[in-house]
Each structure stands twice: as C-alpha cells, then as structure tokens.
Ligand binder design. Structure first.
Ligand code: SF4
Ligand code: SF4
Length: 322
C-alpha cells in the first residue's frame, strides 16, 4: 500500500510512490468527469468537469491563504450524500475512511437531488487521531466548525489557522509539535503558539526553503505524457498552461490527516503508530534526504554547519526577542 510506505517514510520511494499514485488518481477522477460531461453534452445538456485543485476564487479577499475553490467538491459531496464529513474536515466513506478522491461535473441536466449520509452511517468514529498527526495542529482545538447547506448542518473540527497547513502541507516545515517524528519536509521549526507566530514562521520558512539544496527527487506528473492529453488539455480551458505546470511541480510531504484514516479503527490506529514511529527527516548539505530516529536526528542536526541549520530552523516569537 503506497500510502503506508509514505507514512512510514520508506526510502528511497515512500514519498514519490504515493505522490505519483495520488496525482494519477486525481487525474483519473478528472478524466471520468470529462467523459461524463461529454456524455451529457451529447444528450443536449450543458456540462463542464470541475478541476479538483489549484483553481481558486481570486475575487475573494485573502484567497491566497483561504484557498477557496471555484466550486467545492467537498461541500457538494457531503450535501449530496456522496461521502460524509469527518472530524478532520476530510470527506470519507464507511469502509474506506478518508482515503478517497472526489470528482464532479456541473450540468444543466435536471438530476434528482439526494440527501446527505445519515450521521449513524458516517465513516468517522471521532477517534481524533487525525488531529494528532497534523504537525502544527491546524485543527488542534476542541472547538467545532458548523456549516449549513441546503437545510442540513455539518460539523467538523475548527480550523485554527489555515496557514498552519500551508506551512506543513506546503513542505516548509515538518517536525511535529512533539518533536518525535516529522513529515517528509526537512524543516524543523519550533511549534508556533499564536497566529502572529504562525505568520512569522510562514514568512521565514518560505524564504529559507528557496535556499534548500536540490534533492534530485522526481516530483509531480508530466501530463503531456498522458494517452488522452488533448482532451485533458482542452478541458482545462484558459488556465491550461498554469495548471499543467502546477501538476508538474507538485511535491507531497504531508496529507497525514487524510492518509491515516482508513475507515477501520484498527488500521487507522496502526497508521498512527507507523507514522509516529517513522522518525525525522533531515536534509544533508548535498541535498540528500535521510530519515533518523528523533534523538539521532537532533544530534546530527546540531553537528551540521550553522549556516546549513539556519535553512531549516529559527527561533521566533517571544524567545527571539530576548
Ligand atoms: S481519523 Fe478519521 S475516524 Fe478518526 S476522527 Fe479523524 S476523520 Fe474521524
Ligand atoms: S494536510 Fe497535513 S498539515 Fe494540512 S491539515 Fe492535514 S495533517 Fe495538517
């Protein structure tokens, strides 16, 4: 299972194997949407596939942080009963957990609306392990966020600050709050307590990551190599060049809140055990990524040249003012 090799931080292919699998599954889902849209168009209806990522409502102030999609597949899925909303805020299905990829089509065809999945049939058992595998605890509070769509209310854990996910899922930092394990990112910054510290960390870590040595890792997927590249490209519309480039440059280092939740409490607990015992990532000066037990990673990191350490670690907030 590629997700498990990713969680386990297997070298050399644990990260890349899952990344390719994830991107190709997203592409497959979009290709199904393209074919469905063509079918509806042939039936005389208007229809357009929804691209699942990278397209945001740039007319909404703060869209860079909030990343509001043109149309949320997640909200459509929970209201229509395609999946249900888990505590993590991910959509999932009984028996599969959150390990699913969504797709969708907008159409003028008059389809019969369906109701949400009843709470008792949700995949989510509120084990809250997803909360503990988010290195910067993006949904780490016990407060709940509610949203009402078409007369139904849905709940999940409150997003404390989306920038926490941007830092970790963006690959800028990966060391967990416990400092006992990390994501695939070599960033080792202290845990930010306040929103102010989060924004400081975001700025520092973006700047530093630009100076990291090349890993030599293969990343992303080149969609020009797809069999039906032309129909894929046509469906992307005006943004095609930008989107093709973004798919090519995608590098996955987290996704833990989705990846550990398999819809079976024993398997989810095993994923949690695997991840939290998977060690910490370091990047050597030659760019090589290595994984070590936490104490060994601390020791080796502290022996690295200060100039190299400063690319992955900086005190900020109260301590840095001393
Ligand atoms: S890990 Fe899955 S089942 Fe457990 S609380 Fe999170 S979403 Fe729910
Ligand atoms: S993707 Fe990673 S950083 Fe983002 S919320 Fe999930 S666990 Fe946290």
């Amino acid at each position: 299972m590629k997700a498990r090799a990713f969680l386990q931080k297997d070298l050399p292919n644990g990260r890349r194997g899952h990344e390719e699998d994830n991107i190709l599954t997203n592409i497959k889902s979009y290709q199904i949407a393209i074919k469905t849209a063509v079918f509806l168009q042939e039936m005389g209806f208007k229809a357009k596939p929804i691209f699942p990522n990278f397209k945001y409502r740039e007319d909404v102030p703060g869209w860079e942080v909030n990343m509001i999609p043109e149309l949320s597949l997640k909200l459509i899925a929970i209201r229509s009963g395609t999946g249900s909303l888990g505590f993590s805020g991910n959509v999932g299905l009984k028996g599969y957990g959150a390990l699913i990829i969504l797709g969708g089509v907008v159409t003028s065809a008059k389809l019969t609306p369906t109701d949400p999945i009843p709470n008792e049939d949700s995949f989510c058992i509120e084990c809250k392990l997803c909360q503990k595998v988010c290195a910067l605890r993006m949904f780490g509070s016990d407060e709940v966020d509610s949203m009402t769509i078409g007369g139904y209310t849905f709940n999940c854990a409150k997003r404390v600050n989306l920038a926490r996910c941007q830092i970790v899922c963006g690959g800028l930092s990966g060391l967990d709050k416990s400092r006992k394990w990390s994501t695939w990112s070599p960033g080792r910054y202290p845990f930010p307590e306040t929103d102010k510290e989060v924004m400081k960390l975001l700025a520092i870590s973006i700047n530093n990551a630009l100076k990291w040595p090349e890993t030599g890792d293969e990343i992303g997927v080149d969609v020009t190599e797809l069999d039906d590249y032309d129909s894929f490209l046509n469906a992307l519309g005006d943004d095609k060049e930008k989107l093709v480039q973004m798919i090519k440059e995608t590098k996955l280092t987290c996704g833990n809140c989705q990846l550990i939740c398999w819809g079976d409490p024993k398997e989810t607990a095993e994923n949690y055990r695997i991840l939290t015992n998977s060690g910490c990532v370091l990047q050597k000066e030659n760019g090589e990524i290595i994984v070590l037990p936490p104490e060994d990673a601390d020791k080796l990191f502290s022996k690295m040249p200060l100039k190299h350490q400063k690319l992955y670690y900086k005190e900020f907030g109260r301590k840095s003012k001393k």
